[in-house]
Design a protein around this ligand. Sequence first.
Ligand SMILES: Cc1cc2nc3c(=O)[nH]c(=O)nc-3n(C[C@H](O)[C@H](O)[C@H](O)COP(=O)(O)O)c2cc1C
Length: 222
Amino acid sequence: MAGNDSSTSDDRGPVRFLVFSASLRVDSLNTRLARLAVSTIEANGGTVDFRPMSDFDTPSFNSDVQDEAGFPPGADLFRECIQTNDAFVISSPEYNASMPGELKNSIDWVSRFSPQPFNEKHGLLLSASPSMAGGNRGLWALRVPFEHLGARIYPDMFSLAQAHQAFDANGGFANAQLQERFEQNIVGFMDLVEASKHYPCVKTRWVEYLGERPDPVTDRVE
Ligand SMILES: Cc1cc2nc3c(=O)[nH]c(=O)nc-3n(C[C@H](O)[C@H](O)[C@H](O)COP(=O)(O)O)c2cc1C
């Protein structure tokens, strides 16, 4: 199967990253963390497409609606942003030890496109929470649908604990050690995406059900 269009070894331009916070809240801690990801990526030579979650928000998934009216604008834009960038970075709140419903809903909508755009895309997951675990359980939950869809989720995830106290007056990290660990995490991810873009060597097929016979009801194999 062919890879995504943006992942060709001929394209030597800067590596493009979609960055967004999965919180719709105006004063979101995750949006602050996402902004730090933006500045870190740009400081290290990457190009950033920074979006608010409101761009990707969607009505509750319903295949009847999809059949009758097609995809909502939020799903279409999310698909386009995944396809036109080389990789994605999400800073997501943890809701009840999992991901926010609006993020999962948007992922579900986008997963219905063919070709399925998350396949072979590199992703980095971040979280921020006032809790001591920093929302890390939510990222483990978020990893599952993405990996199911063939995304290559970076092994290291960054979860900012006690996030309500973690930022300084300029929006940076109050703690220098945390700042260093964050930068290492982001730059490690950037290196992997750049290597994958310029020197692609692993190709996988996304197959939802092995041994499946062609059937329009379940046929999502690419
Ligand atoms: C419905 C709901 C469930 C939550 N569940 C958790 C949780 O399981 N773990 C956690 O660390 N924080 C939880 N929180 C607190 C959020 O981490 C906190 O509100 C955080 O600021 C949300 O992210 P944001 O600031 O980016 O909007 C929950 C908040 C809400 C509204």
